[in-house]
Design a protein around this ligand. Structure first.
Ligand SMILES: NC(=O)C1=CN([C@@H]2O[C@H](COP(=O)(O)OP(=O)(O)OC[C@H]3O[C@@H](n4cnc5c(N)ncnc54)[C@H](OP(=O)(O)O)[C@@H]3O)[C@@H](O)[C@H]2O)C=CC1
Ligand SMILES: O=C(O)[C@@H]1CCC=N1
Length: 229
């Protein structure tokens, strides 16, 4: 704990102390631990509620469930962030609870905006959001693992395979983000008729890779629904 305080210049406190003093409470515990933290927050806030905002990143825990564990009228903002936030390149989607006004949402967005992009969407879309941007970094890391493995199998050393793969993913992501062209146009531009890329993409299609990715996002969405039930 001392190391965290020293490294980040923050104050350490118990959950109960923080609950009494903070204007924004960020709930970042596992979904199963949420009820215990809500009980602590409620005790600190008193039964009339307080002028504080609860920002929850717990996957699948609905604003209705959060509100049910808090004093009436306490503003709740539910968030699905992702891990590139550690570099300021995160994607966060926020959904407001029934008592959250524009100012509470603005505060949550300002907080999350320090870690990347922020979008507000209706809560019914958060399961699909979780499956797309919440879990999404893992899909890209999975692709990176597979590309490195394939390159090593074709005779490249592991460090070279890693450098080529990572710079290729970085450069391709920048082309997608910084340019105007769709993923399809960019892919077609790499694909010379009868060339190497077409041979590779035909093999991906033969393994139903596109369908597998579509199905993976369906499975993650359904799992997010289950976690919230
Ligand atoms: N990993 C990801 O990419 C994403 C995760 N999320 C969500 O973020 C949340 C956290 O996930 P993750 O960081 O992986 O989980 P971790 O288990 O790594 O972290 C949870 C933290 O909560 C602390 N904690 C547990 N109970 C309490 C309590 N009663 N009071 C105060 N602190 C407590 C734990 O402390 P200690 O270790 O001391 O017990 C631990 O530091 C989850 O709800 C997850 O759904 C959302 C989007 C993306
Ligand atoms: O895997 C999970 O359940 C969490 C939610 C999104 C990313 N990680």
């Amino acid at each position: 704990m001392d190391a965290v305080v020293e490294q980040h210049g923050v104050r350490a406190a118990t959950a109960a102390e923080a609950a009494q003093q903070a204007d924004v409470h960020v709930l970042a515990v596992k979904p199963a631990d949420v009820p215990a933290v809500l009980a602590t927050l409620s005790e600190a806030a008193g039964h009339e509620g307080r002028d504080a905002v609860v920002v929850s990143v717990a996957a699948g825990v609905t604003t209705a469930a959060l509100e049910a564990g808090l004093p009436d009228g306490m503003a709740v903002v539910r968030v699905m962030p992702n891990t590139p936030a550690v570099l300021g390149a995160g994607m966060s989607v926020v959904s407001r609870g029934s008592a959250a006004d524009d100012e509470s949402v603005r505060l949550a967005c300002a907080l999350l905006g320090t870690a990347g992009e922020v979008l507000e969407l209706p809560e019914k879309q958060l399961d699909a959001v979780t499956a797309t941007s919440g879990s999404g970094p893992a899909y890209v890391f999975y692709l990176a693992e597979a590309m490195i493995e394939g390159a090593v199998l074709q005779g490249l050393s592991r460090p070279v395979a890693r450098q080529l793969t990572l710079q290729t993913i970085l450069g391709s992501a920048r082309m997608l983000v910084e340019g105007e062209d769709s993923p399809t146009v960019l892919r077609e531009r790499v694909s010379s008729p009868g060339g190497t890329t077409m041979a590779a993409v035909a093999t991906l299609d033969a393994h139903a890779t596109r369908a597998a990715v579509v199905d993976a996002i369906r499975a993650a969405t359904e799992r997010s629904v289950e976690l919230g039930a």
